[in-house]
Design a protein around this ligand. Structure first.
Ligand code: PLP
Length: 410
């Protein structure tokens, strides 16, 4: 008989977004003319930069001519893109990364989910709470999470609360952990860590022999000084951290898919039977076996993100979203809400007034001002009592949504 991976069976359904969709659908059925504004989903809306689409057109032409046609590319990614990444994202910040430490992928979600292939079930995993659900769910699939408790937590995962009370800066774990997922700037809270705060984590990992899986998908939205764009800005991080990057939000690639992961060559992990494993070699082996690379056209598109025009055009889009973020922050504050994030990330996180639970406030926003947000509790127990709004909509919708907040008797 075929036996299934029990991890999959113990995963609850994707309750959050399907529940939101269900509630919105039933509201729409009752109010077909309602003018709903969606500020819940974290997807970009601005079109790709012209430099990017021009590069894609050229790459398509390359593919139509025998002399420049490309079949399978290098599994790790084309050198032309890896070079640009190293020069622009690392060397310019004083970080040395070797070309064979960069792995181009179809996005950060796949890599963050797949990296678990390298790790034994016995590892103890810590996540910040609230959290991007992929980190937890992929560990459930990998058998490292244990069982789901009534509280919504998995009994073998260590949750590090990030709330207004600790300024969204997680405390170091009280018991030993092997693998720590950090995402800064953070989805969903929109907050981030300064260099000295991230340094505490690097120092902890070096001391404890832990590995940090650092999700930097939102680094392009950082506006403040002293906020690290890469964990490798912190001394010692190349000995304890893998960094995940994405072109999804920085360059609008959610639909065309490209990201990359940096696995430094000197990070090892132990094995009871085989001595130490080098994570760079193991990831290379994993990718060579299960992944056949990102399309040439897409990698050419990603290369164009680093051209002068590409950089400027992508930055214009980021500025557009961050202007929305400022509009949302200012408005929510002006109506008396406690507001966080939105300065170094396109997410605004606010406390629901009157200690109302997240879902209760979601329902009120939907029925009273027809604005759709995301209930914070959907990202983990410490998200209860918060809501997330995204700045990825159009400016027009953002302004209308905020005018509804202003005239609303919250
Ligand atoms: N990491 C975080 C924290 C995200 O919020 C998202 C998307 O919302 C991703 C990764 C996904 O990135 P990609 O589109 O590159 O898979």
């Amino acid at each position: 008989m075929v036996l299934v991976n029990n991890g999959f069976l113990s995963l609850p359904g994707n309750y959050l977004f399907s529940e939101i969709a269900r509630k919105v659908e039933s509201y729409k059925n009752l109010h077909p003319d309602a003018d709903l504004i969606r500020m819940g989903i974290g997807d970009v809306t601005r079109p790709l930069a012209k430099a990017v689409t021009d590069a894609m057109h050229e790459a398509v032409s390359d593919m139509s001519v025998a002399e420049t046609f490309k079949g399978y590319g290098p599994e790790q990614g084309y050198g032309f893109l890896i070079e640009k990444i190293i020069e622009n994202d690392f060397v310019q910040r004083g970080i040395e990364i070797a070309p064979d430490e960069v792995f181009i992928s179809d996005g950060c979600k796949s890599d963050m989910g797949n990296i678990g292939d390298l790790f034994a079930r016995e590892n103890t995993v810590a996540v910040t709470d609230p959290v991007y659900p992929v980190y937890v769910d992929s560990n459930v699939m990998g058998g490292r999470a244990g069982s789901l408790l009534k509280s919504g937590k998995w009994n073998n995962i260590i949750y590090l609360p990030c709330t207004a009370e600790n300024g969204f800066i997680p405390d170091l774990p009280e018991s030993p952990v092997d693998i720590i997922y950090l995402c800064f700037p953070n989805n969903p809270t929109g907050t981030t860590l300064k260099k000295n705060e991230l340094k505490k984590w690097v120092d902890y990992a070096l001391e404890a022999g832990s590995l940090i899986l650092f999700d930097a998908a939102y680094e392009a939205f950082i506006s403040e000084e002293d906020v690290p764009h890469s964990i490798y800005e912190i001394e010692g991080a190349k000995n304890c951290a893998i960094e995940f990057r994405s072109f999804s939000k920085s360059a609008g690639f959610t639909g065309i898919r490209c990201g990359y992961t940096v696995v430094p060559k000197n990070i090892t992990a132990g094995s009871a039977s085989h001595g130490k494993g080098n994570l760079n070699s193991l990831w290379r082996r994993r990718q060579a076996t299960k992944f056949n690379g990102v399309s040439y056209v897409t990698q050419k598109a990603a290369e164009a993100v680093y051209s002068d025009e590409g950089r400027k055009q992508c930055k214009d889009n980021i500025d557009y979203y961050m202007e929305n973020a400022a509009i949302i922050r200012d408005c929510l504050k002006s109506v008396g809400l406690e507001v966080f994030g939105g300065i170094n990330a396109p997410y605004i996180w606010f406390r629901t007034p009157g200690k109302r639970d997240s879902w209760g406030f979601f329902e009120r926003m939907l029925s009273e001002i027809q604005v759709i947000g995301t209930p914070g509790v959907g990202f983990g127990p410490s998200g209860e009592g918060y809501m997330r709004l995204t700045a990825f909509g159009s400016k027009e919708d953002t302004v209308v949504a905020m005018s509804r907040f202003k005239s609303w008797n919250i």
